[in-house]
Write a protein that binds this ligand. Structure first.
Ligand code: NAP
Length: 295
């Protein structure tokens, strides 16, 4: 079986084009505020990419850079001001935060109507209840990629490795809503390879480079690799099939070829779709703000 490479860049570009058309129909440009605390190089790259993507679609971005030593109180104050700023429709607090800060508490300060990451308890609750709300971007983007391979997921067995609030838990809810049978795995799961080998859809969101091997994968499965791992090149340099370092996913990509029906690469898979879904949520927030101005 030839394994299809799911092109996340292409899917994201298509979604951005649709968003740009939608933006033109709005009374004014939607505004996205991004709060970046500290100097984490990876976070700086993510924020830069998000701002570039806003520019491409006609969304106005507002970057709030705060020092590595910013206090919980200072960040809370910025969020409160953004909550009442009528030019801002979406607020994103870039994670991870420096260790002295409590990110979970700060996220709950965001007005759920502007919570374009979909991480407030209000939005997570709506997702679980099957009510309309903001859906977290990475699970939303992953579902779109799965459905680009197969539209109807009814009855499929989906296995998710990871149970974080950011990804694993909302992903499970989205797949349940698509009538999948969902198994959620984590660090205490017994016989992980055995469970993965039963998956029609296998999703890895762990943060361990190349942990999932080709022989864990059921022939014909759709594989979504969410992991982003920055790995230094091995020393001495690789002789053959070993990785060369750089940005690696949680799945050992090469060993899945010829087994999986389709797989997302890293980079160029889930990452670009996460950003496109952030823009989608920002437009959705702006639309509902104009439709229900008294809110
Ligand atoms: P996280 O909060 O650290 O969660 C990792 C999950 O993996 C936990 O549930 C953990 O289990 C589980 N786990 C750890 N070791 C395991 C093992 N040996 N076997 C099975 N499960 C194991 O991470 P996250 O925020 O969900 O992110 C996961 C990965 O996705 C990271 O690499 C992150 O960079 C990437 N990510 C990518 C995007 C994107 O846009 N592409 C977006 C978000 C995240 P326990 O719960 O038992 O600890």
């Amino acid at each position: 079986m030839e394994t299809k490479i799911i092109d996340g860049k292409e899917a994201a570009a298509k979604l951005r084009d649709e968003i740009a058309v939608q933006v033109k129909t709005l009374p004014c440009a939607p505004g996205l505020a991004v709060i970046l605390v500290g100097d984490d190089p990876a976070s700086q790259v993510y924020v830069r990419n998000k701002i570039k993507a806003c520019e491409k679609t006609g969304i106005t971005s507002f970057e709030h850079r705060m020092s590595e030593n910013a206090t919980q109180q200072e960040i809370r104050h910025v969020i409160k001001n953004l909550n009442t700023n009528t030019d801002i429709h979406g607020i994103l607090l870039q994670l991870p935060l420096p260790a002295h800060l409590n990110g979970d508490e700060l996220i709950q300060e965001i007005d759920p109507a502007k919570d374009v990451d979909g991480l407030t308890i209000a939005n997570i609750g709506k997702l679980v209840a099957g009510l309309p709300g903001m859906t977290p971007c990475t699970p939303q983007g992953s579902l779109l990629l799965i459905k680009s391979v197969q539209e109807d997921l009814t009855g499929l067995h989906a296995v998710i490795i990871g149970r974080s609030l950011l990804f694993g838990k909302p992903m499970a809810q989205l797949l349940l809503a698509e009538n999948c049978t969902v198994t959620q795995c984590h660090s205490k799961t017994r016989d992980l390879p055995g469970i993965c080998s039963q998956a029609d859809i296998l999703i890895a969101a762990v943060g361990r480079a190349q942990m999932v091997k080709g022989d864990w994968i059921k022939p014909g499965a759709i594989v979504i690799d969410v992991g982003i791992n920055r790995v230094p090149p091995p020393s001495p340099p690789p002789s053959g099939g070993e990785h060369k370092g750089g940005l690696l996913g949680d799945v050992d990509f090469d060993s899945t070829q010829g087994i999986a029906r389709a797989i997302t690469p890293v980079p160029g898979g889930v990452g670009p779709m996460t950003i496109a879904c952030l823009l989608k949520n920002t437009v959705k927030a702006a639309q509902s703000c104009w439709e229900e101005p008294e809110r």
